[in-house]
Every structure is written in structure tokens, then in C-alpha cells.
Design a protein around this ligand. Structure first.
Ligand code: HEC
Length: 134
């Protein structure tokens, strides 16, 4: 604090501006993710919302037995769960990841979709924004 007290008023303003800018950008870079939350929301509402409740997009939607994203993101190990969701039941029969061997030979029991590791980073950036709400 003493160091900051020594700088001129104008400098202090610049410093505060920088600190505020850093604070504002922190949530998106949390956990070293470089995903884009807006793209993640689009992906989640397109591919995940027919089963999961996804934030305020479909509060009364989803499938009853399926955990909402705002609940999942509060699990201590949510990052690992989202990073590997495509190999966790029930997803393997209907989620494809390019260059990743199919984890299931069962016929798809829901409409198939393809997702890339970049897409998953975007979805994680988006679900992290749900954690900061309320
Ligand atoms: C056809 C329905 C369906 C779709 C589509 C779907 N999920 Fe799921 N998902 C489920 C169900 C059901 C569970 C709960 C599984 C359980 O409790 O064992 C689940 C669980 C999860 C979990 C927690 C897994 C675990 O082991 O804890 C994550 C993370 C997840 N889904 C992410 C996604 C993402 C991301 C998408 C879209 C890109 C998606 N899901 C699309 C049905 C779906």
C-alpha cells in the first residue's frame, strides 16, 4: 500500500484501471481455460440442453434424471467431469470426438453429435460463468 501512496494521483488512477481490468478478465481465464463462454453457451444450448438444464436457457426443460449444469459446476471435480464427459455414461454412444476412438459400439440412443476439444474448453468457460451467478 505504501508504494501506491507514493505515486501521483494520475498514476494511481491508471493503476486502479489496470487492476480492475485484470479483475474483470479473471473469471474467463480461471483454471487456465482459454475457452470462449459465448461460444460455449451456443454449443451447450444446441447439444446439451435437450437433456440438461443449462443456466437460464431452459430452467424448466431438460430430462428429470439429468443433473443441471449449474449444479454440476459446483462439484469440486467439475473440471474433470466436463473434460471427459464424452466417455462418461450416458454419452459414449451418441457423442463423437474427432481422432478419439469410439468408446462404445452400441447404436446411438440419442441424436449423435460431434464435439472437439476446443468446443469442450468453450463449454467449460460457459459453465464456469454459471458458477459465478447467485
Ligand atoms: C441424451 C441426453 C444427454 C445429452 C444430449 C447430454 N447429456 Fe450430459 N448427462 C446426461 C445424463 C442422463 C447424465 C447423468 C449421468 C449419471 O448420473 O450417471 C449426464 C451427465 C453429465 C455430466 C456429469 C458426468 C459425471 O460422470 O459426473 C457432464 C459433465 C455432462 N453430462 C456434460 C454434458 C455436455 C457438456 C453435453 C453437451 C455437449 C451433454 N452432457 C449432453 C444426458 C445427456
Amino acid at each position: 500500500m505504501r508504494g501506491i501512496a507514493l505515486v501521483s494521483g494520475a498514476m494511481r488512477g491508471a493503476w486502479l484501471g489496470t487492476l480492475l481490468a485484470l479483475a474483470a478478465s479473471a473469471p474467463l481465464t480461471a483454471m487456465g481455460q482459454d475457452g470462449d463462454a459465448r461460444r460455449g453457451r451456443k454449443l451447450a444450448t444446441t447439444h446439451c440442453a435437450r437433456c440438461h438444464v443449462v443456466g437460464d436457457f431452459n430452467p424448466y426443460g431438460g430430462v428429470g434424471s439429468t443433473p443441471s449444469f449449474q449444479r454440476l459446476v459446483r462439484f469440486p471435480d467439475y473440471l474433470e467431469r466436463f473434460q471427459t464427459f464424452f466417455e462418461r455414461p450416458p454419452h459414449p454412444p451418441f457423442v463423437r470426438v474427432p481422432d478419439v476412438e469410439r468408446r462404445s459400439n452400441l447404436p446411438a440412443n440419442a441424436t449423435e453429435f460431434e464435439i472437439t476439444p476446443d468446443n469442450i474448453d468453450d463449454i467449460i468457460a460457459f459453465v464456469e460463468s454459471l458458477k459465478e451467478e447467485d
